[in-house]
Design a protein around this ligand. Sequence first.
Ligand code: ZN
Ligand code: ZN
Length: 403
Amino acid sequence: MSTFLGQISEIPGISVDRFNGANLESSAFFLSHCHSDHMKGLDSSFFRHLIESDKYLYCSPISKAFLMGIIFGLPEDRIREIELSIPKIIRYTVLEGEASVVTSLTVSTSPTGHCPGSVMFIFTKDEKSILYSGDFRINPKDLPKLNPLNHKIDGKNQAKKFNTIYLDTTFLSLDFLSFPSRLESCEVICDAVRKWLDSNSKNVVIIECSALYGSEHLFMEMFRLLNLKIHVKDKIYSNYMRISELAKCITLDGRDSRIHACTFKWFGQKNLTCRSDVNYENILTIVPSVLRWKGKNTSCVSEYDTRNTQRLYVCYSAHSSYEELRAFVDYFKPDKIVPCVCPSESTTEFHQLLSELMSYQMKLDVSDQVSESFNLEPPFKRVFKKPFVSKYFADDDNENDEL
Ligand SMILES: [Zn+2]
Ligand SMILES: [Zn+2]
C-alpha cells in the first residue's frame, strides 16, 4: 500500500501518484497505474482543478482508458498519454519566489509487470535523473532488456545512473525473501484447473480474488494456457473490454465459462451466484495469495487447505520479493533510495534492510572515510483517508479485506 506523498523533491512542481493536499500546487501530474493507493485525490474536483489551472495528468494509454471508464464525465483532453519507451518533453510551471516560471523536463516510461498499463517514470531535468518505480515485478534477468532503463554502450545495454530511485518497497522484508515467478504460479494454477475440469464434466473453478482489480495478468495467462474465458464481475467487465488483450480473455456470461472470478470473497460466498446448476462438490476454489507465505519457504508454490481439499492456495505476487528488490537496486546503484511503501510503525528491520540495499554505496563511503553512508528519506506517514475509488481499484497483493 503506497505511502508516498506525491512530490518529487528533486524536481519541484511535479507530483506522482498523489493528487491532493500540497500536490495541488504542482503543475504536472503523473499516474503510474490505476490502483487506489496510487490514485488518492484523483476525483472530479481534481479534474476541475486541472481545467481551471490549465494543467495536465500524464499516464499510459491503458491507464487513461481505465480512468475514462471509472470517472464519469472526465475531461479527456486533460489526460495526456505517454507511449512506452518514447521520451516526451513536458512543459510545466514552477514557482520561483513570487513568479511562475515555465520550465520543462523529459519523461519516459518503462513497463513494470504489475498490472495492465502500469509504468515506471524516468524523469530527466537539468543534470538530474530520477526513477519512480511505481509498483513493479520484474525478473532481474530482464532489466538489461528494458531500453528506457539502460544506455546503449558499444551495442550493449548498461544500467542508467539515477540520482534517486523512488522504490516500491511493499515486500522489503525478510519474511518475503523470494517468490515463484508469475509464470510458475500461473502454470501451477492452470495444472490444477486442468485436472479438476477433466475429472468431471460438471466441475468448475472459482478464482478467489481479494480485490476487484489486480488479477488481470493472471486472467490473461490463464486464457493463454487454457484457452478458456474467465467469467468476471459485472462491474469490471466494461472496463476490461476497453483493453483488447484483456477483452478476449473474459466473458460476462456465467453459463459460458467453467472458470469464475465473479464471486465476492468478503461475503464468504462458497457457491456460484451466476449458475444454480453447480453443486458445492463440483467447485474447486483457487486463492492466489502472498501473505499466506509470509515467513515460509516459497519453493512450495501451492498448498491445499488442511481442512478442505477443494481449496487451493497458490503463492502469486505482482510486487517484487526482497531478493528481486536487492537485485534491482544493485543493478542501478542509485545515489539515493526513497521507499514508497513504509510500514505503519517504522521498524528497525525495515530501516536496516533499506540500508543494506545501499551496501554498494557503503563500500565506497568506507574507502572515502565517510561515516554517514546512507542517504535515505525519513519514512512517510501513512494516510488513512479513504480514497473515492478504493473499492474499485484496490491492489490485490495487499489483500485488503476491507473492500
Ligand atoms: Zn461466474
Ligand atoms: Zn498497484
